[in-house]
Ligand binder design. Structure first.
Ligand SMILES: NC(=O)c1ccc[n+]([C@@H]2O[C@H](COP(=O)([O-])OP(=O)(O)OC[C@H]3O[C@@H](n4cnc5c(N)ncnc54)[C@H](O)[C@@H]3O)[C@@H](O)[C@H]2O)c1
Length: 385
């Protein structure tokens, strides 16, 4: 195969704002092409095809799979990912799956095993834990500069997808109903948002051993335009993760309003002689033995993090959802070169099991023991500036 022909399923928010603008660029043609788009809402795929220069548009997922595409990008509601992933694998298509890959570990096991059996690539977003900013945090943690590390905190809070500016229009492309974000299976801020925090913290500390927590519904009804949404999925979840050796992390995923003082999925890490806070492109490192730059307060160092992401060059640096585009191109790279994905199904499966068992712990009041683990791999900084 000389280039990967991509078929994208689900032409909603992330696709319209980010994925399709990236995939419509001709500078990806040495490696990939947007061959087809698919959405069940009448007219949405056709309008996306026209706007983003795809070759084909479908309203039926089976028709997409029957077309001459090599790979599927799943950007549909999370509760559909498992079934659509299994169908794609059955049809012999490589896969990029938006977070989360599935909603249970058992489903994740099936997707990984089925793809392996057919020799197909599965890249499961988000790959944010492998970006240089996070690699640098891992380096600092492993260097011993913070001493023995035993306390950490990370999470995400955000009002909800009904507030996305993108959805305010009335045309077929932007009038995208977000109700599924509040329904089972697949709704709730853990699968959608805290998943970034979980990928990040596990990419720093490795696999989680045990999880416990509390979870509930903070806001029972929401509104999208003139429609009332009855929330039946928890929108406020707080977990305690045990990484072993006395290292605990408080993890939160809440659909409550937040401001700039609670930056998204930025870890606080604290050890016996120092601590680290990540904050929008900067790392604040405090500690007894921290060597500050000349002119800075003793014991305190601010580091700018490396903003580069693989595959993000030229116009892609200006487009939204760069990290998802990078994950898609990583899938393309793996298909073309035979590389093993580092944004792996195994890492996604571990995070999915944390979420699944976190909910179970909250429901039963019993701490749960994880059965899965994953191997951290390093992501090459290819094709970026
Ligand atoms: N919205 C974001 O900010 C964002 C960012 C990154 C990743 N994501 C991820 O992208 C995925 C989609 O999220 P979104 O916010 O774009 O959702 P969305 O609700 O805006 O769009 C989903 C689209 O899928 C379509 N759809 C419904 N059933 C379908 C089916 N059976 N087959 C194909 N398409 C179907 C809907 O009509 C809609 O157009 C999720 O996995 C989400 O976690 C979202």
């Amino acid at each position: 195969m000389s280039i990967v022909r991509i078929g994208l399923a689900g032409c909603g928010s992330v696709s319209q704002r980010g994925l399709l603008p990236h995939l419509a660029q001709e500078d990806i043609h040495p490696w990939a092409k947007l061959a087809a788009v698919m959405d069940v809402v009448p007219g949405r795929a056709e309008a996306s095809k026209e706007k983003f220069n795809a070759e084909m548009a479908f309203e039926d997922y089976d028709d997409l799979l029957a077309s001459d595409i090599d790979a599927v990008v799943l950007a549909s509601p999370i509760g559909l990912h498992y079934e659509q992933a299994m169908k794609a694998i059955e049809a012999g298509k490589h896969l990029h799956i938006n977070k989360t890959m599935t909603t249970t570990k058992a489903e994740a096991d099936e997707v990984i095993a089925a793809a392996k059996k057919k020799g197909l690539v599965v890249v499961a977003s988000p790959g944010n834990g492998l970006h240089p900013s996070n690699t640098r945090i891992r380096e600092i943690v492993q260097s011993g500069e913070l001493g023995h590390i035993y306390y950490s905190q990370i999470g995400t809070s955000g009002g909800g997808h009904e507030f996305e500016q993108f959805r305010s229009g009335n045309d077929v492309l932007s009038n995208v109903n977000p109700t599924w974000y509040y329904k089972r299976p697949g709704g709730g801020p853990m699968y959608d948002m805290a998943v970034y925090a979980l990928h990040r913290i596990t990419a720093i500390f490795g696999s989680v051993k045990r999880v416990t927590g509390m979870s509930g519904i903070g806001l029972k009804q929401r509104n999208f335009k003139d429609e009332v949404i009855d929330v039946d999925m928890d929108d406020n979840t707080h977990l305690l993760l045990d990484f072993g050796d006395g290292l605990f992390c408080e993890l939160y995923g809440s659909n409550s309003a937040s401001g700039p003082t609670r930056p998204f999925a930025q870890p606080f890490i604290s050890g016996s002689i120092g601590s680290l806070t990540a904050n929008r492109g900067e790392l604040d490192v405090w500690g007894r033995d921290v060597i500050g730059k000349p002119g800075t307060e003793s014991g305190h160092r601010v580091e700018q993090v490396d903003p580069r992401i693989p595959w993000v060059f030229g116009v892609h640096k200006e487009l939204p959802e760069r990290h998802v585009y990078a994950d898609i191109m990583h899938m393309v790279d793996c298909v073309l070169t035979g590389k093993k994905p580092v944004v792996s199904g195994e890492h996604a499966r571990h995070v999915i099991e944390i979420i699944e068992l976190g909910y179970l712990a909250a429901e039963t009041g019993q701490t749960q023991t994880l059965t899965s683990s994953f191997e951290m791999q390093d992501w090459e900084l290819v094709h970026c500036e």
